[in-house]
Write a protein that binds this ligand. Structure first.
Ligand SMILES: Nc1ncnc2c1ncn2[C@@H]1O[C@H](COP(=O)(O)OP(=O)(O)OP(=O)(O)O)[C@@H](O)[C@H]1O
Length: 819
């Protein structure tokens, strides 16, 4: 293995580091007493690290512990055949080896000796109290008196576990080992989420200590608790890493964020809900941005904050036909997702925005926020409007393939582009979002509204977010609204935003345009369509209902000539506003090649000008499944708005679409109710292919973080390799959406939600007693953490749950709200 080869090349004078290299701890305390509650030394120590700019330290850098020999009694176990056994051993750490002896006479032969150059990771482990794991590469330099004493696996990595009597001892060993092992570089790198630095939760101050500043801050603002930390610190580190990567957050940005003070105040308010007054909402709003949407593209920021008028000053009418001029798309006052705001909400949001602007020199795109509208919400909103906020509403949907610098499909694999490896984390952020120029009165963030509406909804002591002790008021179960775009329509981009790494685009602009031209008709399509109304708003553009009135000459095969008078959906995108044009190419290529009854049918695409792209698809007049969930009444017993038969039908159809993709080795990676559309005949189809990934013989697994966190499989959150089965997990979550109106953990802040996904395993249902055995069995095979036991789409299609599936016509009642 390359790693071990590298390791064996290390000489004493070399310093090697995995990943971007942080600075080792200069002037690090030699004390072995850095313990759990000793926040000062640890914080001080950590403050010396520059995780962004750290460079490898060459030999000769002061490592105070280097010259010391450390000894002590520990409990030891390995992961070999004696793995059940904890044995008392005498541990000696010198400058070259970590050795375990049966007694404290080091003159005897050690039972295990590991060369320090072979130690590749050290992390706390929960299998025993005060325990840490040492991972070593297969080694020529290490010695074991009994091969069975060490992992019997032929893997090149082996683990041993060491437990100490006290937490203080544990930290002291960690300190010493980190200081001496060249591959550990003294502190964990944020790009390697092996937890190599001892961090902790100080119960006295109620804060996390010993972390990079940005992580500390993220944790402060999350609802991850000391208990969570103690239960599974590795998972906390993982989700921090994930969150940071996903949002492209770096230290500088956080450290320099002028909102931090406000965020801290907000944190206090969250800790002490009674402190929160109306006037503190501005801070809270900033928290929403801080926590969720700080990375939104700048280009969208101003536009969004200036264009909320239609929704703020008038409740959205249920439906209106707005004639469209195709040459000049009008901004529809419709909230096309079917979410209707009340005036009180709008005033509320306005007020919040004013506060936010007073307090914050920056503006970020508020989170996308899919309102889960429920009947009679007005009353609840009004009640909330006058009452203090005791929490904040988390962020539902983070998808926005086009507005972020995300690791892309095209960067990763071969559909329509070059193959390149997924980018590593570059902690640099984009420039801070410029101050908004929006008029205070018109600039309202959906996030701020959501915050106001939010409710502190703690997870159970066990950490399960679902299964609330008390049923939530209807309005509070409503997810935040989508951030709104230039026409007041909701926008997908909330909470944890989709990944935006500063990776080099895999194709140049010219290459993208050339690719785009090869898959589009390069004519002005205006004369071929009559625009009827706006049907929806995505992050990358608007979707219009249109009628085909003409057909471009010689553009279609005879068998494919579309019908005059057919209704179509046209997604119009201004290319210069798309930070990731390759995602659009990606989407077109996948759609073009994916004709299936459960996939939204791509018809054609036009490059009207170099900047104006029209993608023509079949029109799905029923809207998204999210719309249906939002607009379906929930009864008093909080029973599902959909029957199990309806759910079985919708899930089966989605599953068929997924199987089609999976058979082509394509992973959708963003399955959720927003991306499932229905027509008025009850047909169900998958859409939004911007994040698809192709598995190839060379790459049968993926590792890039893509998707929308609440729907993400644990292996994605944990940044492990994954395959098609991530879609099966998301399908299970989508099934829960239909049962409970929202995905698990939606009421948690994004970081906590990620933690819960990573640690809770299969999410718990709110009302399992109301569900059939079949649907529960179905969910258990979709939401199986162990991917090996998670069903494939092929297997799912044989599941007994689908036997109760209704007929398409039985969905009609769910579509009535559209009429
Ligand atoms: N084929 C279609 N038929 C009918 N309505 C559609 C169709 N495609 C999209 N819509 C509507 O337009 C909205 C926006 O769709 P779009 O695919 O642009 O959404 P998005 O995924 O949020 O955006 P983006 O893909 O740009 O991030 C959808 O929520 C849906 O209501």
């Amino acid at each position: 293995m390359a790693l071990s080869a590298t390791i064996n090349d290390i000489s004493d004078s070399d310093f090697q580091n995995i990943g971007p290299a942080p600075q080792p701890p200069h002037g690090r305390s030699t004390s072995n007493n850095i313990g759990y509650n000793q926040t000062k030394p640890i914080t001080k120590m950590m403050s010396q690290f520059d995780l962004n700019n750290g460079s490898p330290v060459r030999a000769g850098s002061p490592l105070p512990l280097k010259s010391q020999r450390k000894t002590g009694w520990v409990s030891y176990k390995d992961d070999g055949i004696l793995s059940f056994l904890w044995q008392k051993r005498y541990l000696i750490l010198n400058d070259s080896y970590l050795s375990l002896y049966k007694n404290d006479k080091s003159t005897d032969e050690p039972i295990l000796q590991i060369s320090l150059t072979n130690i590749v990771a050290v992390s706390r482990n929960q299998i025993k109290q005060n325990c840490f794991e040492i991972v070593r590469s297969s080694d020529r330099n290490s010695y074991s008196s009994s091969s069975s004493n060490v992992s019997s696996s032929s893997d090149s990595k082996k683990s041993i576990y060491i437990a100490t009597k006290t937490e203080v001892e544990l930290h002291s060993w960690l300190d010493a080992i980190f200081a001496k092992c060249p591959l550990l570089s003294g502190v964990s790198s944020p790009t390697n989420f092996t937890h190599k630095v001892h961090v902790g939760f100080d119960p006295e101050t109620g804060s996390f200590v010993g972390m990079p500043t940005n992580w500390e801050k993220l944790l402060k603002h999350s609802r991850i608790t000391g208990e969570d930390w103690n239960n599974n610190s590795a998972a906390v580190i993982q989700v921090l890493q994930f969150y940071q990567d996903y949002n492209g957050i770096n230290n500088n940005n956080l450290n320099n964020n002028p909102n931090n003070e406000n965020a801290n105040k907000l944190l206090n308010n969250i800790k002490n809900p009674s402190n929160i007054s109306q006037s503190s909402l501005g801070h809270k709003n900033e928290f929403a941005q801080f926590n969720g949407s700080r990375n939104a593209s700048q280009s969208n920021t101003t536009a969004m904050t200036t264009n909320l008028q239609p929704q703020r000053h008038a409740p959205t009418p249920p439906k209106a036909k707005v004639p469209m001029n195709p040459n000049k798309p009008q901004l529809s006052p419709l909230n096309t997702t079917g979410s209707r705001l009340h005036n009180v909400q709008n005033q509320y949001r306005q007020q919040q925005q004013q506060q936010r602007q007073q307090h914050s020199p920056t503006t970020a795109i508020p989170p996308r926020n899919t309102a889960r509208n429920v009947p009679n919400q007005g009353t609840s909103y009004q009640q909330k409007a006058g009452s203090p906020v005791n929490g904040y509403k988390p962020l539902h949907n983070m998808s926005n393939p086009y507005t972020k610098s995300s690791p892309t499909y095209l960067q990763e694999q071969s559909i329509g582009g070059k193959i390149s490896t997924p980018p590593r984390l570059h902690p640099q952020r984009t420039a801070p979002t410029p101050p908004t120029h929006a008029n205070n009165n018109t600039s309202v963030s959906a996030a701020t509204y959501a915050m106001k509406q939010g409710q502190e909804q703690r997870s159970s002591p066990q950490g399960h977010a679902v299964g609330h002790k008390q049923p939530l008021p209807q309005a509070l179960r409503q997810a935040p609204r989508k951030p709104e775009t230039s026409n007041g329509a909701p926008k997908k981009n909330a909470g944890v935003t989709k990944p935006r790494k500063q990776s080099k685009p895999s194709m140049s602009n010219a290459e993208i345009m050339s690719k785009l031209k090869s898959v589009t008709i390069n004519t002005d399509p205006t004369e071929y369509f009559q625009m009827i109304e706006k049907a929806g708003q995505g992050a990358s553009g608007s979707v219009y209902l249109a009628k085909r009135i003409n057909i471009p000459p010689a553009e279609f095969e005879e068998s494919e000539i579309p019908g005059i008078g057919d209704k179509v959906a046209i997604k119009q995108m201004i290319l210069s506003k798309q930070p990731r044009k390759e995602l659009i190419v990606n989407e077109i290529l996948v759609m073009k090649d994916s004709h299936h009854k459960n996939i939204v049918n791509f018809l054609e695409a036009y490059l009207k000008t170099e900047d104006d792209l029209w993608v023509v698809m079949e029109f799905m007049e029923g809207g998204s499944l999210t719309d249906i969930i939002e607009n379906s009444p929930v009864d008093d017993t909080s029973h599902s708005p959909l029957t199990e038969s309806q759910i079985a039908y919708i899930v089966r159809e989605t599953c068929q679409g997924l199987k089609f993709l999976h058979d082509k080795h394509i992973i959708h990676r963003d399955i959720k109710s927003d991306n499932v559309l229905l027509d008025m005949n009850g047909r169900v189809k998958i859409t939004d292919f911007g994040f698809c990934a192709k598995l190839t013989d060379q790459r049968s697994k993926r590792a890039t973080m893509v998707g929308t966190p609440y729907w993400m499989a644990p292996e994605v959150v944990k940044q492990r390799e994954y395959d098609e089965k991530v879609d099966v997990w998301s399908l299970g979550i989508m099934t829960i959406e239909m049962l409970e109106s929202e995905p698990p953990y939606l009421n948690e802040d994004p970081l906590k939600a990620l933690y819960l996904i990573a640690t809770n395993g299969t999410p718990k249902l709110k009302h399992p007693e109301k569900l059939s055995l079949e649907i529960k069995r179905f969910l258990s095979v979709c939401l199986c953490v162990d991917v090996r036991y998670r069903a494939s789409t092929e297997e799912l299609l044989h599941h007994g749950f689908f036997e109760v599936a209704c007929e398409p016509r039985d969905l009609m009642p769910l579509l009535e709200w559209k009429n």
